[in-house]
Design a protein around this ligand. Sequence first.
Ligand code: AMP
Ligand code: MG
Length: 325
Amino acid sequence: MKAEILPASEAMERALALLRAGDVVAIPTETVYGLAGDATNGLAVAKIFEAKGRPRFNPLIAHVASLEMAQRVGRFDPLSRKLAETFWPGPLTLVLPLQPDTDIHPLVTAGLDTIALRMPRGFGAALIGRLGRPLAAPSANSSGRISPTSAQAVQSDLGGKIRLIVDAGSTAVGLESTIVKVGQDSLRLLRPGGVPAGEIEAAAGMPLERGGGDGIQAPGMMASHYAPGAAVRLNARSVGKGEALLAFGPDRAKGWEEAVAIRNLSPAGDLREAAANLFSFLRELDDSGASSIAVEPVPVDGLGEAINDRLTRAAAPRDKLPAPD
Ligand code: AMP
Ligand code: MG
């Protein structure tokens, strides 16, 4: 099955209708084609991961239509505001502290208290303006494949998994955005991209730090993920004393009645729903004060692979974290 391809000049209403219904749409941006979903809708964000076949939940960039929309989501200081005013719309992504009261879904940030924000040009910006909410959008390719710079490239890779590709021809930049993390009086280059580092340094009036550092840099790196304070015990068939239970599906682990707290990722056993609930439920069980969280088995097919990856990382001893990808 193939996705419908519509030229950008005709695609607005159809794209809006799909996004409002919680579906995903491939859209052109000036960097590469993105696979976009409503960043406030956990099921939509789960569909992005599902369509890409991503084996893990790394945080996604939230795309905005204005600085005002960005400020509702991220906390800007004078430096980040200056960078946004200089380079937006354009291929610069800023990683900023997440606003406490935002409705951005935790699957977008992988449960972190920071958020990656960018304002694109062209169709994407117009679409986000109409929707009135940020769009989460990684590149519109299957995990492990190269980023698409044309609607045809999206079609041949993801065409069977999505319904609409908006075509605006070849992307202007053809490279991913530059990602910069803004700290207190510091800037760290997390990923080189469409805006040269030197231009950012010139605008900021300070050098960009690179590599190493506090270990929360590279994509998919362990330390960049939310780690619960409680111990996490996987594939639990029974609940121990003082444990909280992270359940999945209709059948309960033995002794569940004694659990300190219970959340069920998906009573029906739906992996998309489970993905959407994962980060908030882990955090809620962690906050319950239990010393350990018992996790019922979650199948590894489809989105289950990324769910199990995340749970395995949460369960790893903190000093023996698996190597980053
Ligand atoms: P993609 O959208 O797939 O091009 O990649 C988004 C990139 O942004 C990934 O490399 C993420 O690791 C990175 N990223 C997104 N949000 C954050 C964040 N809060 N902190 C650090 N890196 C982030
Ligand atoms: Mg990509």
